[in-house]
Design a protein around this ligand. Structure first.
Ligand SMILES: [Zn+2]
Length: 249
């Protein structure tokens, strides 16, 4: 069966957004606290902003755009990492130039052996099974992620393998509601769209959420000198509209 002409679905997002009344849109903006991109971005917790910047650095390098930071009990960022699959290793502990150079692995590499129940690892994308196991082995108490990863659906069932793993499994919080979660998911898709736009990964992600995939197509079209702020600002209206629809409209 022929696949629907999905790039045209941008019109669907537009229609859903513009066909609301001005009052509804104003209420939506107030509920989401997103009067504009700049204020929304500046209001984000510092770990999320850093995760997105790190993901953007990975994309600029040619690696998979995923970023991660670790905060201590006071909320201070104590470690960070990003995907370096196609880049060099970081100056400090961590991996580069290998498929296992994931963002969370590179953030966790800076933690010496110990117990970190009050620490939180933040990731722009849902940790995969490798990184989820690494978080478990690093004794970090909480894992937060911005975007769900449809390719890793079911990874949250890992603690069900036995009681020991379940008793020490970190709290897992995500995906993040609102524009940031959508932006982080779309950013991840940009890499796959540029690499193999009709590959199985890009198609699977597109089928999982055509709206986010549509935003990713727009982001992927941005030029090489475009900044993260310019890219997110350029799709801001669609991010808000999708967040609103996910929230029930
Ligand atoms: Zn991973």
């Amino acid at each position: 069966m022929a696949r629907p002409a999905w790039p045209g679905r941008r019109g669907w997002i537009r229609d859903a957004w513009t066909h609301r009344t001005c009052l509804q849109r104003a209420l939506c903006a107030r509920l989401l606290r997103v009067d504009d991109f700049v204020s929304y971005w500046s209001d984000l917790p510092a770990p999320w902003r850093r995760c997105l910047h790190l993901a953007w650095e990975s994309l600029s390098e040619g690696s998979v755009p995923v970023g991660s930071v670790i905060t201590d009990g006071s909320g201070a960022i104590v470690a960070e990492g990003r995907n370096r699959a196609f880049g060099d290793p970081p100056p400090g502990p961590g991996l580069g130039g290998t498929y296992v150079a994931h963002a969370e692995i590179n953030a966790l590499a800076s933690l010496p052996p110990g117990d970190y129940p009050d620490h939180t690892i933040w990731s722009s994308l849902e940790p995969c099974f490798m990184c989820s196991a690494a978080i478990f082995h690093s004794h970090v108490g909480t894992a937060r992620y911005a975007a769900a990863d449809p390719l890793m659906a079911g990874v949250s069932d890992l603690p069900d393998i036995n009681d020991w793993v379940r008793s020490r499994w970190p709290d897992r919080v995500g995906p993040l509601a609102g524009p940031l979660g959508i932006a982080a998911g779309a950013l991840h898709q940009v890499w796959h769209l540029r690499r193999k736009p009709e590959g199985v990964v890009a198609v699977t992600l597109r089928d999982a959420d055509p709206g986010i995939a549509e935003v990713a197509v727009r982001m992927a079209a941005s030029g090489p000198d475009t900044t993260l702020a310019q890219t997110l600002g350029g799709v801001w209206d669609d991010l808000v509209a999708l967040a609103w629809l996910q929230d029930g409209g």
